[in-house]
Design a protein around this ligand. Structure first.
Ligand code: PEP
Ligand code: MN
Length: 277
């Protein structure tokens, strides 16, 4: 990365890491859901949409709990090409139906420019995953849409690189960006990643964008989701995105880090107590 790029940037990066660089706070709306104002927004759902029945049961349970948004991947960026890759557009139809039935907006990941517009017709928010944070054609293309974007941090990205990735989107006209800290690659295999909690206030201050935390991918272990969610909210995160599965041991992806529905309900209660300041 060329260091001059930071001076040339117009929107967010100009103030990055400068103590005095406090950007104006922006709020991002996804339907009636507001990021960056008041209570942290809770997003939950399976790593992957596995069947119509699975996503329907999860959406029913989450909407009963008052969860703001549903998540569910249909195009899965798996490390091995032999692992479950997601149900594709068939899965998109399932999550769209569940979302509409229970009135709960949904976010889903897109990996290819060619699929963006078709997915955007259905979803309420587009997720750019960790592996695609450096995919500049994809960032530009999502920047041309009028659709909120959840931009996850690449597991190797500096805060400057992450900020400039947001800038790629915003420079095309789409400033409806929510950032998601999901852990960076550390040296300790005890957790899947290492949550960079400091990134939350730094990115909020320097970009003004809402920043949420993904405790599921950050830790890779379901029993760590509750304490890490509490930490995220305590540091001032604008929301959480949590992987939930009715039967984690049978999940087609990320079962080890997925919490059951009853565990998830307890996590929300616990997180709410942290919000009372
Ligand atoms: C996901 O949200 O399921 C996912 C693949 O996340 P990440 O891009 O952070 O690895
Ligand atoms: Mn996952």
């Amino acid at each position: 990365m060329n260091d001059n790029s930071i001076e040339k940037s117009k929107l967010f990066a100009s103030s990055l890491c400068a103590a005095e660089g406090v950007a104006d706070k922006k709020i991002v709306r996804v339907g009636n859901v507001v990021f960056g104002e008041g209570e942290p927004v809770i997003i939950a759902g399976p790593c992957a949409v596995e069947s119509a029945e699975q996503i329907e049961a999860i959406a029913a349970a989450l909407s009963k709990m008052g969860v703001a948004m549903l998540r569910g991947g249909v195009f899965k960026p798996r490390t091995s090409p032999y692992d479950f890759q997601g149900l594709g557009f068939e899965g998109l139809a399932y999550i769209d139906a569940a979302s509409k039935k229970y009135g709960i907006p949904f976010v889903t990941e897109v990996m290819e420019v060619a699929y963006l517009e078709r997915v955007a017709q259905y979803c309420d928010m587009i997720q750019i995953g960790s592996r695609n944070m450096y995919n500049y054609p994809l960032l530009r293309a999502v920047g041309r849409l009028n659709k909120p974007v959840l931009l996850k941090r690449a597991f190797s990205a500096t805060l400057k690189e992450w900020t400039l990735a947001a800038e790629y989107i915003a420079a095309q006209g789409n400033e409806q960006i929510v950032l998601c800290e999901r852990g960076i690659r550390g040296f300790d295999p005890c957790t899947r990643n290492t949550l960079d909690i400091t990134a939350v206030p730094i990115m909020q201050m320097n970009t003004g964008l809402p920043v949420i935390v993904d405790p599921s991918h950050a830790t890779g272990r379901s029993h760590l989701v509750e304490p890490v969610s509490r930490a995220a909210v305590a540091v001032g995160a604008d929301g959480l995105i949590i992987e939930v599965h009715p039967e984690p041991e049978k999940a087609l992806s990320d079962g080890e880090q997925s919490v059951r529905l009853d565990q998830f309900e307890a996590i929300i209660d616990s997180v709410k107590q942290c919000c009372r300041r």
